[in-house]
Design a protein around this ligand. Structure first.
Ligand code: 5AD
Ligand code: SF4
Length: 443
């Protein structure tokens, strides 16, 4: 029996692609090895979003090289976005790699493994979905569903349009059937994945067409699905029907991730985000009007080329005004073959760092203030398992996507995958703490 070892970098999309890779390998008779040393097939699913992602992966590749030298029969494979962005250059830089493939080419890995090919192979076409592949889920009760691939945006900083291609939506009937299968298999929470989820459906034609809001309603109607999440939407496509869905659909969680990127209209224009500060804040107002308690999270980039102190202060002002429940903050990193990498006005590392520190301070302070609204409330928590820091306590997540560490009566502790009612007793910027009241009824 052959054994594989897979390391995943990057976003949830990549984690989900890895579930498909694992499912496919297991259907070919491979089993998972505990470490690279024990593996006949060493695989990496890579990311290229920022330079740090590249560097992390290249450091791991060194070990694969050593193991391959020890035993040349071993196969080394590199999939995902970094691979796609390098194409054949993967083999020039790392001659010990046997197979390289882009995110859309997972099935080609099986083709390679079952052929008698002795030469290195690269597969970098954009082709359909891996949706029909079997998958090996990381968590029994949580599932990802890829609703579209690719992205038609042209954000000046982003490598993704070149690594994942043009946007293609999967037909809604196929998606609903997949969610039904997941529900029958014990999944209670689904996360709909796409590079730009809320532009879903625009490319579909004919009878089987659905908008993103319609798709949400159809997924909500699937028996057994208690929670629906999605990531990531684009503010330009955040329509009222989707916002209303958060108020109207029982399973759709009270959490919206709305990537800001910058609070300066001038920088947003240079980023080609196609909204300005005013339109972004209008979306926030619309969300707050329909779903007052909705958690809002975001992505922000500091140090985009040409960003002045005044532009950065505009970003800080939006952070103060919105009061995000949390935010992912990134230092701008020039990526190969993107427009922003060539722009004049690249900022020094020192300026980027200084702005990042101020941004993180504002984000955390506001998140901590916002989190206090949960103290004293009893909240529904989907239990994930024991708390990592304190094994006597449990860990789970609220519908607002806050992590909760909580105590439960010995003997009456809810199991992973169950919904518990937890009274929140304290809150920090990132986590809540509480005590379990009882098991919540399924929706
Ligand atoms: N530099 C820094 N951050 C980036 N992101 C995307 N590309 C870059 C880049 N070149 C951030 C954006 C995006 C998130 C996934 O990563 O904020 O929303
Ligand atoms: Fe995900 Fe983007 Fe990284 Fe690809 S480059 S793995 S799409 S974050």
């Amino acid at each position: 029996m052959k054994r594989y070892h897979l390391t995943t970098f990057g976003c949830q999309m990549n984690e989900h692609d890895s579930e498909r890779m694992k499912g496919m390998l297991e259907s070919l008779g491979y089993r998972e090895a505990p470490g690279r040393e024990e593996a006949d097939l060493i695989l990496f699913n890579t990311c290229s979003i920022r330079e740090s992602a590249d560097n992390r992966f290249v450091a791991h590749l060194g070990e694969a090289k050593r193991l391959k030298t020890e035993n040349p029969e071993r196969v080394v494979g590199v999939g995902g976005c970094w691979s796609q962005s390098m194409k054949e250059r993967v083999f020039e830089r790392f001659p010990f790699v046997d197979v390289a493939f882009g995110p859309g080419q997972i099935p080609k890995l099986a083709e390679f493994l079952t052929s008698d090919s002795l030469t290195a192979q690269g597969y970098f076409e954009f082709e359909g979905f891996s949706g029909h592949l079997p998958m090996k889920r990381t968590r029994e009760f949580q599932g990802w569903v890829q609703i579209s691939v690719g992205c038609n945006c042209r954000c000046a900083y982003c490598i993704v349009p070149s690594t994942r291609g043009r946007e293609v939506s999967r037909p809604p009937d196929e998606l609903v059937a997949e969610v039904e299968r997941l529900a029958a298999d014990g999944v209670r929470e689904v996360t709909l994945l796409g590079q730009n989820v809320n532009s879903y459906g625009r490319d579909l034609r004919g009878e089987g067409r659905a908008s993103f809001a319609e798709l949400l309603a159809r997924v909500d109607a699937v028996e057994g699905i208690d929670r629906i999440r999605y990531t990531s939407p684009h503010p330009k496509d955040m329509r009222e029907d989707v916002v209303r869905a958060h108020a109207e659909l029982g399973a759709l969680c009270e959490h919206i991730h709305l990537p800001l990127q910058s609070g300066s209209s001038r920088i947003l224009k240079a980023m080609r985000r196609t909204y300005d500060r005013g339109r972004y804040l209008d979306r926030v107002a619309l969300i707050r009007e329909h779903v007052p308690d909705c958690a809002l999270t975001t992505d922000i980039i500091v140090g985009f080329p040409g960003e002045t102190e005044a532009d950065f202060e505009d970003t800080l002002a939006v952070v103060e005004e919105v009061g995000y429940d949390s935010a992912f903050t990134f230092v701008f990193s020039p990526r190969r073959e993107t427009e922003a990498a060539e722009l004049k006005g690249q900022l020094s590392h020192a300026v980027k760092r200084e702005r990042m520190d101020r941004l993180v301070e504002a984000v955390q302070r506001r998140a901590s203030e916002r989190a206090q609204r949960f103290v004293g409330r009893t909240m529904e928590v989907l239990v994930e398992g024991p708390s990592r820091k304190d094994p006597d306590r449990l860990r789970g997540r609220t519908r607002h996507n806050k992590t909760v560490h909580f105590a439960a009566e010995p003997g009456a502790a809810p199991a992973p995958g169950e919904l518990a009612e937890v009274e929140i007793v304290s809150a920090t910027s990132t986590t809540l703490a509480g005590e379990a009241k009882m098991l919540a009824a399924a929706r």
